[in-house]
Design a protein around this ligand. Structure first.
Ligand SMILES: [Zn+2]
Length: 615
C-alpha cells in the first residue's frame, strides 16, 4: 500500500431486498463443492449493492457463522466492513427467513442452518470512516461508478473459505465490470480458486476505458476511469518498462494475467491519494498526472511500488500474512506483526531504485526523491522515538494514514541502509537483491511463510554475514540513522550551499472549498509592502487565474517562474471585492541541500553505486 494526502466520503439509501432476488442459477463449473455469489449492481442510484451467497454441495450444521471481513489484506486499517451491511436475510429452501443473531460488527450466527439455502444482504458505501482511509480500501456506489475492495462486499460462511467461488454480476445498461478474476475481459462472470483469491481482486464497474497489452508474453489490462482525457500509450509504455525491470530482478512474473485499475481524479487540496496491491492486480486512486511526462509523475513510482508487492509480501511473507499453513488470512482480528517495516520499507526502496537502475527515471529524480525523504524525516521529530519493529506492531491500531508516513519514510531509508550493509560486509558478494531472490525461492515459489519472529535469522542465514548489530541498532533499536556514513559507501554525498530564492512573505493555505487564503503576512516583507492582508483570497497572480489550477498553485505556493526582484501583480478578493496589488517578489536566503554522486569515491564504491543505481 502507498498513500499520500487526505480524503472525505458521502451518503446512502436503502432499497428492497427483492431487487437482489434473482432467477439466475449457478453454473456447473466445479466438480466438487463450491460457493456462488450473485452481485446485483443494477441500481447504483440507491447507494447499495445486493449480494446473494449460496453454498453448493456442502452440508451445514445446526448453526453457521456468516462473516464479512474486518480488514483488507495490504491495507493496515481495521475498518470492520460489516458495519456497512444494511440488511441480512438467511433464506431456507422453502423461502422462509431463518432466525439469526449478530455476534459482532462483522459476524452473524444463523440458526437452523441445516435448512439454509442462501444468504442475501445489502452492502452500502463505506461512510463515517475516520480520517485517512484511502479510496482503495472503501466502497463507492453511485450512478457514475461502483468500486469496491473484495473484502467489503463478499461475505463468507465460516469453515468454507477454502472452496472455489464463482461470481455473476447484474449491471446497469451500458456498464462494464473489471477485476483480476474475470473469466475474460468484459465478462460479467468471475472465478476464484478460494475465498482469499476472491477478495484479493478489487472490482470496478461503470463506463471506464480499457486497454490491453502483452508484456513478456502475458496479458496486462489497463482499466482507466479518469476525470481527464488520458494517453494510454504513455501509461502502457512506462508500465511495460516497470514490469520488465521487476522481471529482471526476480526472473519471473508470478501470474498468468495482471489487471491495473486506475481511478484518476482532478487534483484537489486536502485529498488523500494512494494505491493498494493485490494478488494479480493493483488499484490506484491518484490525481490525473501529466500524460506527456508520465515517468516524472508519482504514478510511476506508485505502480513500481505496488508491482514489487507482488513478491513482497504477496509471495514472500511471514506466517501471519496469509500463509496456507495458518489457514489463510484471519479477516476478523487485527494483525500484529513486527515485519511490516520490511514489507513497506523494502518495497518502497525497490520501487524507486529499480526505476533508476533501469533508467526509467533519471538519476536526478531519484536523488531528489531521496533528499525529500530525508527532509520528511526532520518534519517528524518522533521518527526515532519508536523502533521500526514497534511501529510495525502498532500499525493495526493506526487511526489515520498520516500516522503511517514516518513509518514508510524511515522503513525505506533503513531498507536502503540494509542493502548497503549487506554489500559492504560481504565484499559485494551479497546484496538485498540476493536476499530477495533467495527469499523468493525459499518462501515465494514454495508458498511457505517464514516464521513471524525469524526475519533477522533469515537474513543472517541467507547472507552469511553478521547483520545482528545493524538489526539491533536500526530495526529493534532506536539509534539515529547514520545516513551520511551509508551514503559514503555508495559514493553519494549530502551537499549544502547558500542560495537566494524568490519569496513573497505571505503564507497561503487552501480552505475547505479549495480557495487559497492568506493566513499570515510577514512584517516588512514585499507582500506586506504590496498590501497583502491576512484573510485575503488570492484569485490571480501575474495573469494566472485560480481556474488554471496547477500553474496557479505552483506560482502562489512555490513561486514557479518568479525570481527575486521581478515585478508581480496579485489580485485578491477582500470582503467579496477584487483588489489588484502590485509590487516586487522578495528574497530569502536558504541553505540549498542536494544529494550528489561523490567525485572522491574509489573504484569499488563507484562500481557498487553503478550496480545498485545504474549511475
Ligand atoms: Zn505498500
Amino acid at each position: 500500500m502507498t498513500h499520500f494526502f487526505r480524503i472525505a466520503c458521502f451518503a446512502l439509501l436503502l432499497f428492497s431486498i427483492s431487487s437482489c432476488a434473482t432467477t439466475e442459477r449457478a453454473t456447473k463449473r466445479f466438480s466438487g463443492p463450491f460457493v456462488s455469489y450473485i452481485v446485483d449492481a443494477s441500481k447504483p442510484e440507491t447507494g447499495t449493492i445486493g449480494v446473494t451467497i449460496e453454498l453448493h454441495g456442502a452440508q451445514l450444521g445446526d448453526e453457521a457463522l456468516f462473516c464479512i471481513p474486518a480488514w483488507a489484506p495490504g491495507a493496515y486499517q481495521f475498518i470492520e466492513y460489516g458495519k456497512f451491511i444494511k440488511a441480512i436475510y438467511p433464506i431456507a429452501e422453502n423461502g422462509d427467513t431463518l432466525p439469526y443473531a449478530q455476534f459482532s460488527s462483522c459476524v452473524w450466527q444463523i440458526q437452523k442452518a441445516k435448512r439454509l439455502k442462501k444468504v442475501s444482504y445489502l452492502v452500502g458505501e463505506t461512510t463515517d470512516l475516520k480520517g485517512g482511509v484511502l479510496w482503495v480500501e472503501t466502497t463507492e456506489i453511485n450512478p457514475k461508478r461502483i468500486y469496491f475492495n473484495g473484502t467489503n462486499v463478499f461475505g463468507y460462511i465460516d469453515g468454507f473459505k477454502h472452496l472455489p467461488c464463482e461470481v455473476k454480476y447484474n449491471l446497469p445498461t451500458g456498464w462494464k465490470v473489471a477485476s483480476a478474476i474475470e473469466v475474460q475481459p468484459n465478462s460479467t462472470e468471475a472465478v476464484a480458486k478460494d475465498y482469499d483469491e476472491l477478495v484479493d481482486a478489487p472490482v470496478l464497474m461503470g463506463k471506464f476505458e480499457r486497454a490491453e497489452a502483452i508484456i513478456l508474453g502475458k496479458p496486462h489490462s489497463f482499466v482507466i476511469d479518469s476525470d481527464e482525457p488520458y494517453r494510454p500509450d504513455s501509461l502502457i509504455k512506462v508500465t511495460d518498462e516497470i514490469v520488465k525491470a521487476h522481471y529482471r530482478l526476480f526472473g519471473e512474473l508470478p501470474y498468468n494475467k495482471y489487471v491495473f485499475l486506475f481511478r484518476l481524479v482532478r487534483p484537489k487540496f486536502l485529498s488523500s491519494f494512494g494505491a493498494l496491491e493485490h494478488r494479480n492486480s493493483s488499484a490506484y486512486f491518484m490525481p490525473v498526472g501529466d500524460w506527456r511526462n508520465v515517468r516524472a509523475d508519482q504514478l510511476t513510482n506508485t505502480i513500481s511500488h505496488e508491482f514489487f508487492h507482488l513478491w513482497n509480501p504477496k509471495r514472500i511473507h511471514s506466517t501471519l500474512l496469509g500463509s496456507k499453513e495458518n489457514g489463510g488470512f484471519d479477516y476478523q482480528n487485527r494483525l500484529y506483526t513486527p515485519n511490516i517495516w520490511f514489507v513497506e520499507g523494502m518495497t518502497d526502496y525497490y520501487a524507486d531504485m529499480l526505476l533508476v537502475r533501469n533508467h526509467i527515471i533519471p538519476a536526478r529524480a531519484f536523488l531528489d526523491g531521496l533528499l525529500q525523504r530525508l527532509s520528511y524525516m526532520k518534519m517528524f521529530p518522533t521518527e526515532n522515538a519508536e523502533s521500526l519493529e514497534a511501529l510495525s506492531l502498532r500499525l493495526a491500531n493506526t487511526e489515520s494514514s498520516e500516522e503511517m508516513i514516518p513509518f514508510y519514510i524511515k522503513g525505506t531509508l533503513v531498507a536502503m541502509m540494509l542493502d548497503i550493509e549487506l554489500r559492504t560486509l560481504s565484499n559485494d558478494k551479497f546484496s538485498a537483491d540476493s536476499l530477495l531472490i533467495k527469499m523468493n525461492e525459499a518462501f515465494g515459489k514454495t508458498q511457505k511463510a517464514y516464521p513471524e519472529d525469524s526475519l533477522i535469522y533469515v537474513i543472517q542465514n541467507f547472507s552469511g554475514v553478521d547483520m545482528m548489530p545493524f538489526y539491533t541498532k536500526y530495526v529493534i533499536g532506536i539509534d539515529l540513522l547514520d545516513i551520511e556514513k551509508y551514503f559514503e559507501k555508495v559514493g553519494l554525498e549530502l551537499t549544502s550551499r547558500d542560495e537566494e530564492t524568490a519569496f513573497a512573505g505571505y503564507l497561503a493555505l487552501p480552505d475547505t472549498a479549495d480557495n487559497l487564503i492568506v493566513g499570515f503576512v510577514m512584517p516588512n516583507s514585499e507582500a506586506a509592502k504590496m498590501g497583502v492582508q491576512s484573510g485575503d483570497e488570492i484569485i490571480e497572480i501575474d495573469g494566472i487565474t485560480k481556474n488554471d489550477k496547477e500553474r496557479f498553485i505552483q506560482r502562489v505556493l512555490f513561486y514557479e517562474g518568479q525570481k527575486s526582484g521581478d515585478s508581480t501583480t496579485i489580485v485578491v478578493s477582500r470582503g467579496g471585492e477584487p483588489i489588484t496589488l502590485r509590487g516586487k517578489v522578495g528574497t530569502r536566503n536558504i541553505k540549498k541541500k542536494s544529494i550528489e554522486p561523490s567525485k572522491l569515491a574509489d573504484e569499488t564504491v563507484r562500481r557498487r553505486r553503478l550496480e545498485m543505481f545504474g549511475f
